[in-house]
Write a protein that binds this ligand. Structure first.
Ligand SMILES: *[C@@H]1O[C@H](CO)[C@@H](O)[C@H](O)[C@H]1NC(C)=O
Ligand SMILES: *[C@@H]1O[C@H](CO)[C@@H](O)[C@H](O)[C@H]1NC(C)=O
Length: 306
């Protein structure tokens, strides 16, 4: 059953958002190793905030300070570019994704994409600036100018094809203990809003697991219930994941069904939760309470008699 495990693609990217709303700028940036945020940007001091002790990877302070300077200059250039090309637009939104991704066979590929007012504007690949296919005239102009600026283009190319891959590999190594940790899921069952008369929606919640790959299925004995609907895997605040799997069944057929969870942290010992109609659970609870009451009563009675 290990075969469904997959390795997350190895990548690092910076997300930058520059907004000009109501006559003032806001710059937000964050750095992501795959789906894990490792850096924030302090736009007041123009420096990185390291979210983990290993967020510096294996880079020296000097190399990190160089990167910070590059990003500071970059946000100043965005403001100049804005005044040159988008003189009067308020609000104005620019989003940028920059980074590199390991492609099997091809090594790391760098990328840079810019969107303006929510639409693709331009991108940078293989040392070339390209305006987006539906590109506005401004995008073509900016690309032409940038392609002429060889020093800048070369600097960016080095950043994406050399610095970024080195940083990514260094991060993966420094953060190994965190990234390779195994956290076991918890699971519980509930019933969702009834899908129709005489029908039940069985919900299996699986939460708190890491890493992300997980297998969840409603089962009838050994038989997978193909009607099982998997939700999206959602992030918990602590960096673990949450998933729910639902099954729409006739009320009479729910008994005997179970939710089965496979995860690498469980070492082959699947979690299995059996569906028990709430009424049965109620009877069991009631029986336990009555038994406890009787025992307590008996206890008092014996003590008195003694
Ligand atoms: C812009 O600023 C004005 C005056 O300061 C304020 O009344 C308005 O709500 C602001 N608009 C937004 C979208 O923040
Ligand atoms: C950091 O680690 C990477 C990958 O192991 C390596 O290529 C690089 O030389 C190391 N040092 C720096 C400063 O990048």
């Amino acid at each position: 059953w290990w075969s469904w495990r997959f390795e997350e693609p190895v990548s690092y990217h910076l997300l930058q958002m520059s907004s000009f709303h109501n006559h003032s700028w806001v710059h937000l940036s964050s750095g992501w190793l795959g789906e894990l945020q490792t850096h924030r940007w302090n736009s007041i001091s123009g420096t990185f905030i390291y979210l983990y002790p290993w967020s510096r990877g294996n880079f020296s302070n000097r190399e990190l300070v160089d990167l910070e300077r590059f990003l500071r200059v970059n946000s100043i250039e965005i403001q100049e570019f804005y005044t040159d090309y988008f003189m009067s637009e308020d609000p104005f939104d620019l989003q940028m994704a920059t980074g590199c991704e390991l492609n099997s066979g091809k090594g790391f590929l760098g990328f840079l994409h810019v969107a303006i007012q929510g639409s693709d504007f331009l991108s940078f690949q293989n040392e070339t600036w390209l305006s987006s296919p539906e590109g506005v005239r401004e995008a073509q102009k900016v690309c032409e100018l940038n392609n002429l600026n060889q020093a800048y283009t070369y600097r960016l190319h080095r950043l994406l094809s050399d610095t970024c891959p080195r940083f990514t590999l260094g991060l993966l190594d420094a953060g190994k203990a965190h990234l390779q940790r195994q956290v076991k899921p918890e699971a519980w069952l509930s019933s969702g809003p009834s899908p129709g008369p005489g029908r039940l929606l069985l919900v299996c919640h699986v939460s708190g697991f890491y890493p992300k790959p997980v297998w969840v299925m409603w089962m009838g004995g050994e038989e997978e219930q193909l009607g099982t609907q998997r939700g999206d895997i959602l992030p918990n605040a602590d960096g673990t994941w949450y998933l729910r799997a639902t099954l729409d069944v006739a009320a009479g057929e729910a008994a005997g069904l179970a939710c089965r969870v496979k995860h690498s942290s469980l070492g082959g010992q699947d979690l299995v939760l059996h569906w028990a109609p709430p009424s049965a659970l109620g009877w069991i609870l009631l029986a336990v309470i009555v038994a406890l009451a009787l025992l307590t009563g008996l206890g008092f009675w014996f003590r008195k008699r003694w």
